[in-house]
Ligand binder design. Structure first.
Ligand SMILES: Nc1ncnc2c1ncn2[C@@H]1O[C@H](COP(=O)(O)OP(=O)(O)OP(=O)(O)O)[C@@H](O)[C@H]1O
Ligand SMILES: [Mg+2]
Length: 506
């Protein structure tokens, strides 16, 4: 943040905003920028009033209107250049007090003329439209490795513990990336209480819990690899060839970190499975983002939710950010102007620009079933490195899926004729194959024996595959994918089964 803040203050920006729940760290960075630029820093809060941080004298003024009144006198042309920090001013703006908005605009005008600035600091910020163009956002990232190192050293010192081995320290710091300083401090403290030392597994566990509580992103501990996916050879090959692209060696080679992958396809064909396996294949941590939760909550929350997700992912980077069923989150963006005051389109726009411009190695794997809900801008080149279409598995792919799933459920594939089974379940997805095998396991268990081919074949006969029920949608999806998306499987797209339906879908 310090560089950005220095630039804005030097350029005479009168109104800035820092959104962070880490008040103490943000204030200390703001103070250090003010010192280096020789600006007088004052801080206002409703409980303390307006304090001159250098001289130490405080003027009681719980009402922000009174504080702004005081600035009138302070922000003179011939006075030293001041920076005034307002804590939690958002709480006073929630009621859209017209007088407050007007006073802020007046003071911003005086500040601009005479070279002073105000900074709004709080954990959220939703400006009224009258102020939206007057106040500039300053990015405040989560603490990096070095900053977390200071926190860790401090806590070890206060617990009178020796510095751990460098590798242990580094692992703990890596595990804490994505947390605020306070959260990291808590995780380190917990590790000390539980183990009398620093254990990166405890720190990672606490991070997973903390992020989960936020309800937006979740750390997924997936032990899935590319070997767990049957078929999808082109997609697996693509991932394999990019596996090394996040290394220091690749960076030195001049390779930009891959941006991401969009996987579109029929339900149950292994899209989510592939997202999980991507993290395994790249050897990176996996974060799952619930796009539905980014939207919602209080007005103005969506923007800060997205900002917080990006901050977390960038702090943990390199990592894989998995967004399942992305169309559900963004589907409102096309019509949102009339339904939610444009929030969805704005958040969607911010997400797209982040996708395009992000420099931190956050690899986004997004999955979608319903392409009709995806806005066209989403599919433009430059957002994702590749767009894959996952079709129903063919007979060879189904055989591979049978082999993998039988093994995953603790049985030996060689005990079954998986080629015959795969011929018997034409049009089945991987998810349906798994459901059929689980049915057979239930039959075997109920009779006190192992599942037999007969159980599986009965379950197949009793199943109407989704592909039959969704014939029209699947045909339309295949048609859409032609020329737009790469076939995930190592074969040509099968000929559409129902050309009349495709014509209708057009
Ligand atoms: N190609 C495959 N190889 C191995 N297992 C598969 C495959 N496809 C599906 N499965 C099995 O089916 C389960 C469900 O698949 P998954 O959740 O990845 O499908 P999906 O395409 O994401 O479906 P949806 O669109 O409904 O979210 C997987 O956990 C896995 O057990
Ligand atoms: Mg899925």
């Amino acid at each position: 943040m310090q560089n950005q803040l220095t630039t804005y203050l030097s350029a005479g920006y009168p109104g800035l905003a820092v959104v962070s729940s880490e008040e103490a760290r943000a204030e200390s960075e703001i103070a250090s920028v003010c010192t280096s630029l020789n600006r007088r820093l004052h801080a206002w809060s409703s409980s303390e009033g307006l304090a001159d941080t250098k001289e130490g004298h405080v003027t009681a003024c719980p009402d922000p209107l009174d504080a702004l009144q005081l600035l009138d006198g302070m922000f003179a042309a011939d006075s030293p250049r001041h920076v005034v920090l307002f804590r939690d001013l958002q709480l006073h703006m929630d009621q859209s007090d017209p007088m407050l908005v007007r006073r802020i605009k007046d003071i911003l005008r005086i500040a601009k003329t005479n070279g002073h600035s105000i900074i709004l600091l709080g954990c959220r910020l939703k400006l009224p439209p009258e102020l939206e163009h007057e106040i500039t956002h300053v990015d405040f990232s989560l603490p990096d490795n070095n900053q977390l190192g200071v926190v860790l050293d401090g806590i070890l010192k206060s617990a009178k513990l020796k510095a751990p081995h460098e590798a242990i320290r580094e692992a703990a710091l890596q595990s804490a990336l994505g947390l605020t300083t306070t959260e990291a401090e808590n995780a380190f403290a917990l590790s000390i209480i539980e183990t009398k030392g620093i254990d990166h597994k405890i720190v990672a566990r606490e991070k997973a819990r903390t992020l989960k509580r936020s309800g937006l992103v979740e750390v997924v501990e997936a032990s899935t690899g590319l070997g767990d996916i049957g078929g999808l050879d082109h997609l697996k090959e693509w991932l394999l060839r990019r596996g090394g692209a996040f290394s220091a060696f690749a960076k030195a080679y001049g390779l930009p970190a891959p941006k991401g992958l969009l996987i579109v396809g029929i339900p149950g064909t292994g899209k989510s499975l592939t997202a999980k396996a991507t993290a395994g294949a790249f050897g990176l941590p996996l974060l799952r983002l619930d796009m539905g939760r980014v939207f919602g909550g209080i007005v103005g929350q969506s923007e800060s939710n997205l900002r917080s997700v990006i901050q977390t992912a960038e702090a943990i980077a390199p990592c894989v950010l998995w967004i399942d069923e992305i169309e559900k989150g963004f589907s409102g963006s096309q019509s949102s102007g009339s339904t939610d005051g444009g929030t969805s389109s704005r958040v969607f726009g911010s997400f797209l620009s982040w996708m395009q411009e992000k420099e931190k190695p956050v690899f986004v794997v997004a999955t979608a079933n319903d392409v009709s809900k995806l806005p066209p801008e989403f599919l433009r080149k430059g957002r994702f490195d590749e767009l894959f279409f996952v079709d129903l598995p063919d007979v060879q792919e189904r055989t591979q899926i049978w082999d993998i799933l039988i093994k995953r459920h603790g049985r030996k594939a060689k005990d079954f004729d998986t080629v015959a089974l795969s011929r018997a379940c034409e049009q089945f997805t991987g998810a349906e194959i798994e459901a059929v095998f689980i049915d057979a396991l239930h039959e075997g268990f109920a009779d006190g024996r192992e599942p037999k081919a007969k159980d599986i074949l009965t379950a197949i006969t009793n199943t109407v595959p989704l592909a039959q029920l969704m014939d029209g949608q699947i045909a339309a999806l295949r048609h859409w994918a032609k020329g737009r998306a790469r076939e995930a499987a190592g074969r040509a797209t099968p000929a559409p089964r129902n050309s009349r339906r495709i014509a209708e879908a057009n």
